[in-house]
Design a protein. Structure first.
Length: 77
């Protein structure tokens, strides 16, 4: 999990997303809930977020719950 979080932070840095302590804490506070809502483990969810180059976390429909919105990149669809 630590290595995946490092990869996610690297994506944020590359995309010049805010790297403030508050920005990171707010995103991490959503991590477990969105992983669970998406029907994924935290590690699998993080892998998918890094693969999609997300700077923030969103529910993922393609792995589970169809009631949540899907985001394919940083912009909501």
């Amino acid at each position: 999990t630590k290595e995946l979080l490092k990869s996610w932070r690297a994506v944020r840095k590359k995309k010049r997303a805010a790297e403030t302590e508050d920005a990171i804490k707010l995103n991490l506070a959503k991590l477990d809930g969105y992983a669970r809502e998406s029907g994924m483990s935290v590690d699998t969810y993080l892998e998918e977020g890094v693969r999609r180059s997300w700077t923030a976390f969103y529910p993922i429909n393609s792995y589970g719950n169809k009631k949540s919105k899907t985001y394919d990149n940083d912009c909501p669809i």
